[in-house]
Design a protein around this ligand. Structure first.
Ligand SMILES: C[S@@+](CC[C@H](N)C(=O)[O-])C[C@H]1O[C@@H](n2cnc3c(N)ncnc32)[C@H](O)[C@@H]1O
Length: 310
């Protein structure tokens, strides 16, 4: 199931919770290397259909190869899941039996130097998931005001030193434009109070700021809200939605939207979501040992139901 592009997380749990059925149509909104999609196809093939979406063309190309033995039951779309309903309408599909979101970036995006996601590699400040998009991390760092930078670092990175880092970026960029990940990571280390400068940190000091920039460049949280709302609408009766998130900002949105959809369904005696996982499912110790990147994953699952019937 694994390929060097990405090692899928919580796969057994996803298969279990999706309640796969013969002839069902499933959407993988975050195709990546096709790991989760392949696991689904192994269960449903030769019946049903798998629609895979990713905004990264490199993911689409890798998944095409990974899923080639099932190709007559696969439709791959390069697109953003924030346009889910439009994508489905283009495919002449109205409702689906199950949907998965495995948020964030793939290992491939993180480790490919040129993609500019990682402070561990020195590369151009990029961080775009969609390579056709013009706006990237370089433009953000060199053009946002000090106030906007601080706000993003605070809001999307929950960074304690957001104001201090933003101030220093604005001072430094007057002398030299920021172009590389190392330039930015080194500056972030420089902003640390002296006691924190020694290399005793638990996570690299640039982690939070890089997360914040990535979220802003790709408008990740807005896309998540839009995508989830549309996903709820296109699910068929008793269809399930599974979302794996990797940080608290994403998880909060998923938890809140699921609860809202449950409340609305109950109040209006109409379709809504029944929350299947009261608490998020975490990877087993064994999975984390084999794949340490899985350690922050949280899976939430909900089922679309008609509230008048219970
Ligand atoms: C964690 S990886 C998914 C890995 C996949 N589950 C697998 O098994 O290989 C997340 C993927 O979602 C894609 N992605 C993130 N946000 C997206 C969005 N709004 N629309 C479409 N794709 C998105 C990324 O480009 C990345 O390839």
């Amino acid at each position: 199931m694994a390929n060097s592009f990405h090692l899928p997380v919580l796969t057994k749990e996803i298969l279990n919770y999706l309640n796969l059925k013969k002839g069902g149509v499933y959407i993988d909104c975050t195709l990546g290397g096709g790991g989760h999609s392949k696991a689904i196809l192994e269960k449903i093939y030769p019946h049903g259909l798998l629609i895979g979406i990713d905004q990264d063309i490199e993911a689409i190309e890798t998944a095409k190869e990974e899923l080639k033995s099932y190709i007559d039951k696969v439709k791959l779309v390069k697109g953003n899941f924030k346009n889910l309903e439009e994508i489905l309408s283009d495919l002449k599909t109205e409702t689906v039996s199950g949907i998965i979101f495995d948020l964030g970036v793939s290992f491939h995006q993180l480790k490919e130097k040129e993609r500019g996601f990682s402070f561990k590699e020195d590369s151009h400040l990029d961080m775009r998931m969609d390579l056709n998009q013009e706006f990237n991390a370089d433009i953000l760092i060199n053009s946002y005001s000090e106030k906007d930078l601080a706000e993003i670092f605070e809001k999307y990175g929950e960074e304690r030193f957001s104001k201090r880092i933003a101030r220093l970026i604005v001072i430094e960029r007057k002398k030299k434009t920021f172009t590389t990940t190392k330039q930015l990571a080194d500056l972030i280390i420089k902003t640390l109070p002296r006691t924190k400068k020694r290399h005793t940190w638990r996570i690299h000091p640039a982690t939070r700021v890089f997360q914040a920039i990535r979220i802003e460049v790709n408008q990740e949280l807005k896309a998540l809200e839009k995508g989830l709302n549309q996903a709820i609408r296109v699910l068929e009766d008793k269809g399930r939605i599974c979302v794996i998130s990797y940080h608290s900002l994403e998880d909060r949105i998923v938890k809140h939207l699921f609860k809202e959809a449950e409340r609305e369904g109950k109040e209006q005696k109409n379709y809504g979501l029944k929350i299947v996982t009261k608490k998020p499912i975490r990877p087993s110790l064994e999975e984390v040992r084999d794949n340490p990147k899985a350690r922050s994953a949280k899976l939430r699952v909900a089922e679309k139901i008609m509230f008048t019937t219970i």
